[in-house]
Design a binder for this molecule. Sequence first.
Ligand SMILES: O=c1ccn([C@@H]2O[C@H](COP(=O)(O)O)[C@@H](O)[C@H]2O)c(=O)[nH]1
Length: 250
Amino acid sequence: MTVPNLLRPEEKIFVALDTDNMDEALRLADQLGDTIRTMKVGLQLFFKSGPVILDRLHERGFQVFMDCKFHDIPNTVAGASDSVTSHGVYMFNVHVGGGVEMMRRAKQAAVLRAEKLGIAVPKVIGVTQLTSTSQGVLNEEIGIPGDIRDCVLQYARLAQQAGLDGVVASGHEIQAIREACGPDFLTVIPGIRPTWAAANDQARIMTPTDALRAGADYLVIGRAITHAADPRAAALRILEEVQASEGAVQ
Ligand SMILES: O=c1ccn([C@@H]2O[C@H](COP(=O)(O)O)[C@@H](O)[C@H]2O)c(=O)[nH]1
């Protein structure tokens, strides 16, 4: 049975706490806590804070998306997936480029560890092509020929075949992934830029409103919120824009 995504916009936004300072990360989370439910912890913060950041966020009632992008041989990724699952994270990710067997082992390890601990199985998400990768970089540097959308789509199909719960992709690929993988396969979308924010190092960007209209399950937003003079006001502005556009569509 297909379950429509009935989450409210604020439940669909993951804020990327990209800082090397745990106190700053927690201050940001506290400022956003009455609106945002899920925080994304990446390698910069994790290597400075260690797993205690996950405990601190969980104590405050946040869900955590652990953005570790595992990419190694299947046995090593299975071990890492077991370890990250033991911290009770809501979601973690692996690179689809590691192959189907690697992804299958990641999911299997997450299921086994969660069952042993009696906790919810984390969503395991495959990273297709990074949103900082442009068409030119894909073809000329990485050496993958063809249209980037086709590549992302092929990776999404592989992730689904391996039993993953969804993929990280850009807003430009959401509709194609939906058509190919169905409505229950999650799309987690970084490279989100409101019209008033700079693109920075992102190549395949989309506004929050357009990404949600295209059917994104979750948006990952970092600097547009965290580097704003007032992060809470920036988050509320994004939510207002999304809600205004929802009203305009009805
Ligand atoms: O393809 C990808 C995968 C992950 N990310 C991560 O999302 C955030 C985006 O931050 P912004 O400041 O909004 O650009 C960041 O933590 C990345 O590591 C991504 O951007 N693209």
